[in-house]
Design a protein around this ligand. Structure first.
Ligand SMILES: Nc1nc2c(ncn2[C@@H]2O[C@H](COP(=O)(O)OP(=O)(O)OP(=O)(O)O)[C@@H](O)[C@H]2O)c(=O)[nH]1
Ligand SMILES: [Mg+2]
Length: 642
């Protein structure tokens, strides 16, 4: 079963719709107004079945005012049916439609000279010459040119034959990749609800599947699928489908939105692109306001021409017939991705001026007047021009640009157009070639592993110098203050690297290995004095003023040493009061030793304070400490020994 989507193209009244009707039996003009005025206004659809080949026709309007509708129609076609009337030959919209097809790289097609019944052979030959001139040097230069009359039926069989050959020669579209369906029509059907139609650009959709609407980030469910009027359970790339949608968010859908597998495409407002300006158009200037057309989307955009820092704005333009780099700032979101082709029309007069290809659908914010920007464009565009293996370079560039934050692996799909099935092998290729490290689903440039290692060492070193008594920086602070802008997985990896290499040690606090707490002689004396004083005080409280006196030092110096001793677990503070570790150990063993001797309700607060000669105020924190240490358990005002 093969599928071909063919779009008509050509000047108004040249017989495009009549030809589709003659080929398929379906009149593509369905609107009252179209029938009344005898012109096509919006897209029309019809299809032809030939053995196991289905040819879907998208019939476009020729009127110059409706080129935007034509653009929405040709976004998803495989081939063009370029129509030129024998009695008028090549006209302005013949050229404009053909330009659009070229800009969108539609490289297959059949050329039809319609209304052959209205012209003699000589005239038809002149039309042939005009056509040859038009398509010279293009992909359609060798396309068949077939005179046809929709009125008499002459030439229709030859045309059908040519279409059949076209279908046979056209490769099936990529089914790999995430589903992507630009909406070209939305309507409601009694008994069904909302129906949207479009051509599946990539991937496949199934009945009962959930899809996301982009832009808008709404979810809808596929209640039913139809292809050419018949229900199906699945449709794939290259097929025209009608989807019956369900869900709370199904209201207000419109042409230009795209249905995708959730999370595989995002709305964007800044894109980096290559632009080709048509030979017959005016130069595209920096700052120009244009209409950006991609798929079925149309949004206004502002062009920033990318050039070297020295170039003056007024000189910045891409000349007629030339190509160049540009950043497009869209005035509203569009659902586009890398590699997409688009068309630009000038704001006023509304004519087609250029087209191009998206290199990055989520260009970084900021100016384009920087030398690295030129390099960025060159790297991103090389693979789109067919340079082998350059895609890995382009991916590596995007990874590098995200710095220590890293690029989410999912961005490979929505930003780099990597099919979901190809994400894992792509990551592997980046990692194996040394372009990225994979930290918990984020890809980071390996230079950050080294840079952040240095950063941690420098921070620890500075800390040791500033606070020789400190035993390092808490792990949390290292993560948040020192490595705060790094992907969490990378921060962990860097700390792990340093510990494994033996350069950093610690658990709660990290310090540089070998940089032990350095006490001055005076500090060591104070420490020993405090140590001694606390040991001999046993459980008697020693306020810091008193400790300073005993140690012949200042309260501030004593406090610093006390903090060090607390961190070293030599001193324990209970309610702010310092006790020597040994005192508390002795207390615990003494109380445990009472177990055999005491019976009944255990020890009361009164017994405890009398035993150790403490005030009630000082006894309570010690008893609570014993509870916490599971030596005792409080029952009412008493302690049971455990
Ligand atoms: N004599 C003759 N008239 C034709 C032929 N094909 C179309 N016509 C007439 O030409 C007029 C325009 O035909 P359409 O098919 O509507 O032309 P179109 O290209 O679809 O026009 P737009 O969609 O508005 O751009 C109609 O009156 C048709 O009847 C033909 O082969 N011979
Ligand atoms: Mg028409």
């Amino acid at each position: 079963m093969s599928h071909l989507v063919v779009g008509t193209a050509g000047h108004i009244d040249h017989g495009k719709s009549a030809l589709v009707l003659a080929l398929t039996g379906t009149d593509p003009d369905r609107l009252e107004e179209e029938k009344a005025r005898g012109i096509t206004i919006d897209l029309g659809f019809a299809h032809l079945r030939d053995g196991d080949t289905t040819i879907a026709f998208v019939d476009v309007p020729g009127h110059e005012r409706f080129v935007r509708n034509m653009l929405a129609g040709v976004g998803g076609i495989d081939a063009v049916l370029l129509v030129v009337a024998a009695d008028e030959s090549v006209m302005p919209q013949t050229r404009e439609h053909f330009d659009i097809c070229r800009l969108l790289a539609i490289s297959r097609g059949v050329i039809v000279i319609t209304k052959s019944d209205l012209a003699d052979e000589e005239t038809v030959e002149l039309v042939r010459a005009d056509i040859a001139e038009l398509v010279k040097g293009s992909a359609l230069a060798a396309a068949p040119v077939i005179p046809v009359s929709a009125r008499s039926g002459a030439g229709l069989d030859r045309l059908r034959e040519a279409l059949r050959a076209l279908a046979a020669a056209t490769p099936e579209r990529r089914e790999r990749g995430a589903a992507r369906l630009p909406i070209d029509r939305v309507f409601t059907m009694r008994g069904f609800g909302t129906v949207v139609t479009g051509t599946l650009v990539s991937g496949a959709v199934h009945v009962d599947e959930e899809l996301e609407v982009v832009p808008g980030e709404r979810r809808v469910k596929v209640r039913g699928l139809q292809m050419h009027g018949e229900p199906v359970v699945r449709a794939h790339a290259g097929q025209r489908v009608a989807l019956n949608l369900a869900g709370d968010d199904v209201k207000n859908l419109s042409r230009g939105q795209v249905l995708v597998h959730p999370g595989t495409l995002k709305g964007t407002r800044t894109v980096d692109a290559w632009i080709d300006v048509l030979p017959a158009a005016r130069a595209l200037r920096h700052g120009a306001r244009v209409r950006f057309h991609q798929g079925t989307t149309e949004v206004m955009a502002r062009v920033s021409i990318v050039a070297m820092p020295a170039a003056a704005d007024s000189m910045l333009s891409i000349g007629r017939g030339e190509g160049g780099y540009a950043r497009l700032r869209l005035e509203s979101e569009a659902a586009v991705t890398r590699g997409d082709r688009f068309v630009l029309r000038s704001y006023s007069p509304t004519v087609t001026v250029a087209g191009g290809r998206i290199a990055d659908p989520a260009a970084p914010a900021g100016g384009v007047r920087l030398e690295p920007t030129l390099q960025r464009f060159a790297t991103l565009l090389a693979p789109l021009r067919g340079q082998a293996n350059a895609e890995t370079e382009a991916q590596a560039l995007m990874v590098a640009e995200t710095g220590p934050q890293g690029l989410a692996a999912t961005a490979l799909t929505w930003r780099m157009r990597v099919a979901p099935d190809d994400v894992t092998p792509t990551i592997r290729a980046l990692v194996e070639s040394g372009r990225a490290i994979d930290v918990g689903g984020r890809l980071v440039d390996p230079v950050w592993r080294t840079r952040l290692t240095e950063r941690v060492l420098a921070a620890l070193d500075a800390h040791h110098v500033a606070e020789p008594l400190s035993e390092g920086i808490s792990r949390e602070e290292v993560r948040e203050r020192v490595l705060g802008n790094a992907a969490p997985g990378l921060a962990e990896l860097v700390i792990h690297d340093l510990m494994k290499a033996g350069r950093v040690r610690g658990s709660d606090r990290l310090s540089i290995a070998g940089r032990d707490v350095a006490l001055t002689t005076e500090e060591a004396r104070v420490r020993d004095a405090i140590d001694q004083a606390l040991r001999s005080a046993f459980l008697q409280p020693l306020e810091s003023a008193r400790l300073a006196e005993v140690a012949a030092s200042t309260p501030a110096a004593v406090e610093k040493i006390l903090q060090l001793l607390v961190r070293q677990k030599i001193v324990v503070r209970l309610d702010g009061m310092p006790f020597h570790r040994n005192s508390l150990e002795r207390l615990k063993s003494e109380i445990r030793g009472l177990k055999e001797k005491v019976d009944g309700p255990g020890i009361s607060v009164a017994t405890f304070k009398d035993r150790y000669g403490l005030s009630r105020k000082h006894a309570i924190p010690l008893l609570e400490y014993l509870d916490r240490e599971r030596v005792t358990r409080r029952v009412g005002d008493s302690r049971v020994l455990l």
